[in-house]
Design a protein around this ligand. Structure first.
Ligand SMILES: *Cc1c(COP(=O)(O)O)cnc(C)c1O
Length: 353
């Protein structure tokens, strides 16, 4: 580590991204990307943007076309929508805008690995709340937090969805603190907390185009909340980078929100594959959590999960194993195409026999 690093830089930990193997025929079920391409209208919009030949000009600093398209999709106004370079960036801005150093925030012990990372860089103390034995959320444990709450719904990597009455109670019991709901997988689950925005000034809902809209490569995330919260995020953003959404990303993501039919069709297809895959895994003797996401969290019964992960990898199938207390017996398997899942089950059948 360089002796020139600041104390802030020194307290960060190197990020280890999901494996990206360089084999072309690898079946990649490890980072919860969408197995299908984005809507063809996305590609047309990006091509049209290229042909407009205006990359020498800065994009809109307020990202109006995209915020407008998101607002229309969710029945909001664009003043209730913030957009950023991936929801990871939006999350980082939200930590900075709404959590206070010295006031302890809470998030689930088993949850998105970025929360402790952001907490450390912004010097925010945190409490990891243990999940119940069945991995569901112990709602009461989030009541009356000192500094606020952040949780993914559905949770990752457990795939479990908490109903809106649970979320609403957490909001009510933290009326003077922010509650941030990270809805990266919500389109594969039940209703979004977006419908609570008008009633709770302490609610920020963060979503991404990386999963359900198949745009992980374009880097567009967004947050929804009351206009004062959006203004808070904008202040932070403008102090870093006024143009996080480039012209190509703006054109592509806007088109993605305008193509409702494609989105709903491909999301339904993934949910159907998920249900069939969960059933197949259970038949193979796995314990499978009831998923409301685009991945399954499953425990092989008579096998070591890490060994199975290695064996799958040797055969060109990448899944995710977490070497972490409480979940090291499980594998997280992204839902691929029907064909990819058939390949997975062919290999699993051989390995488990
Ligand atoms: C994938 C994911 C994100 C980040 O998504 P990007 O928009 O690609 O940065 C955030 N939160 C959770 C829980 C995720 O799984």
């Amino acid at each position: 580590m360089s002796r020139f690093l600041s104390t802030v830089a020194k307290r960060t930990e190197p990020y280890i991204p999901g494996e990206q193997l360089n084999q072309p025929d690898i079946i990649k079920l490890n980072t919860n990307e969408n197995p299908y391409p984005p809507s063809p209208k996305v590609l047309e919009a990006i091509k049209a943007q290229v042909e407009e030949n205006s990359l020498q000009l800065y994009p809109s600093p307020t990202a109006d076309p995209l915020r407008h398209a998101i607002a229309e999709t969710y029945g909001l106004t664009k003043e209730q929508v913030f957009v950023g370079n991936g929801s990871d960036e939006v999350l980082a801005f939200a930590f900075m805008a709404f959590f206070e150093p010295g006031k302890t925030i809470r998030f689930p012990e088993i949850s998105y690995s970025f929360y402790p990372v952001y907490s450390k860089i912004f010097d925010i103390s945190f409490e990891k709340v243990p999940l119940q034995e069945d991995f569901t959320l112990p709602a009461e444990a989030f009541y009356q937090s000192e500094g606020g709450v952040i949780l993914p719904n559905p949770n990752a990597p457990t795939s479990l969805y908490a109903t809106l009455d649970v979320i609403e109670e957490i909001l009510k019991q933290n009326s003077d603190q922010m509650v941030i709901i990270d809805e990266a997988y919500i389109d594969f689950a039940g209703p979004s907390a977006v419908k609570l925005i008008d009633r709770y000034d302490n609610l920020l809902v963060i979503q991404t185009t990386s999963k359900s809209r198949a745009l992980a490569g374009l880097r567009v995330g967004f947050a929804m909340g009351q206009p004062e919260l959006i203004d808070g995020l904008t202040r932070i953003k403008d102090s870093f980078n006024s143009y996080p959404i480039d012209r190509l990303a703006m054109a592509g993501a806007t088109a993605a929100f305008q193509d409702h039919a494609y989105f709903s069709e491909s999301t339904k297809k993934i949910i159907r594959t998920r249900e069939r895959s969960a059933q197949s895994l259970r038949e193979l003797g796995f314990e499978v959590l009831p998923s409301d996401a685009n991945f399954l969290f499953a425990k092989p019964l008579n096998q070591d999960a890490h060994t199975l992960y290695e064996q799958l990898k040797e055969r060109g199938i990448l899944v995710r194993h977490f070497d972490q207390a409480g979940i090291s017996d499980y594998l997280r398997i992204t839902i691929g195409t029907e064909e990819q899942m058939e390949m997975l089950f062919t290999v699993l059948n051989e390995l488990i026999k």
